[in-house]
Write a protein that binds this ligand. Structure first.
Ligand SMILES: Nc1ncnc2c1ncn2[C@@H]1O[C@H](COP(=O)(O)OP(=O)(O)O)[C@@H](O)[C@H]1O
Ligand SMILES: [Mg+2]
Length: 216
């Protein structure tokens, strides 16, 4: 059990939140940005892999494929999937512009915390607004945020329509559906672009893995 004194000391020297909670030193790790292990190696450096794209572009498919490969290598991986987040952490949110931004803000905050603890966090969210994605990027140390544009044309996504959502949106049953009645802002400078209409799942996964490995 932690003594009251120790607890007070830790809290006194604790989080200095000034919009960038990455400045919080992680006691589990070694240095002030919390990204290097106590042994000085960078083996525990976390990473946020942020998959953005239209519904049915392939985000969840690729997130799970990536996670499977990385876990088989012994890495600790957490997938934050938009659909699952909306069923729990974000279940109070709808699909207005401000709710979509709040949805991404929460997911980004969790992703940054996980990465700070040395986890590879793979987020699969439509995350339609560039400003929201950039805000997440700012919470993660330079080089530890990998934005992946899962790029598939709207017509193809609509044809795939694995959950029948585009059909419902076209029938007017979903009032603000990304790509149909709500905007999607493609990333201007994503670290990785995978055109899932042009390459198979395996190749798309390998492309992203190569970018992850390049980060070390
Ligand atoms: N190259 C590819 N990459 C990813 N998904 C693909 C690809 N080709 C076909 N698909 C299919 O597209 C669908 C994408 O669905 P999903 O991963 O749930 O999309 P999202 O999470 O972006 O809404 C899946 O049925 C998947 O099998
Ligand atoms: Mg999905």
């Amino acid at each position: 059990m932690m003594s009251a004194e120790e607890s007070a000391r830790i809290h006194a020297g604790g989080p200095q939140i000034e919009g960038k909670f990455w400045l919080i030193a992680n006691p589990c790790c070694g240095d002030e940005d919390g990204m290097t292990s106590a042994t000085g190696s960078n083996r525990s450096m976390g990473l946020v892999v942020w998959l953005t794209g239209l519904s049915a572009s392939g985000k969840s498919t690729l997130a799970n494929a990536l996670a499977a490969v990385l876990r088989a290598e012994g890495q600790t991986v957490v997938v934050l999937d938009g659909d699952l987040l909306r069923a729990g952490l974000c279940r109070d949110l709808g699909f207005s512009e401000s709710d979509r931004m709040e949805n991404v803000r929460r997911a980004g905050a969790v992703a940054a915390l996980l990465a700070q603890s040395g986890v590879i966090c793979i987020a699969a969210l439509i995350s339609p607004f560039a400003s929201s994605r950039d805000a997440v990027r700012k919470q993660v140390p330079a080089g530890r945020f990998l934005e992946v544009f899962v790029d598939a044309p709207l017509e193809l996504c609509e044809k795939r329509d694995p959950k029948g959502l585009y059909a419902r949106a076209r029938r007017g049953e979903i009032p603000t559906f990304t790509g149909v009645s709500s905007p999607y802002e493609p990333p201007a400078a994503a670290e990785c672009v995978v055109r899932t209409g042009e390459i198979p799942i395996q190749e798309a996964t390998d492309l992203i893995l190569a970018r992850i490995r390049a980060k070390g």
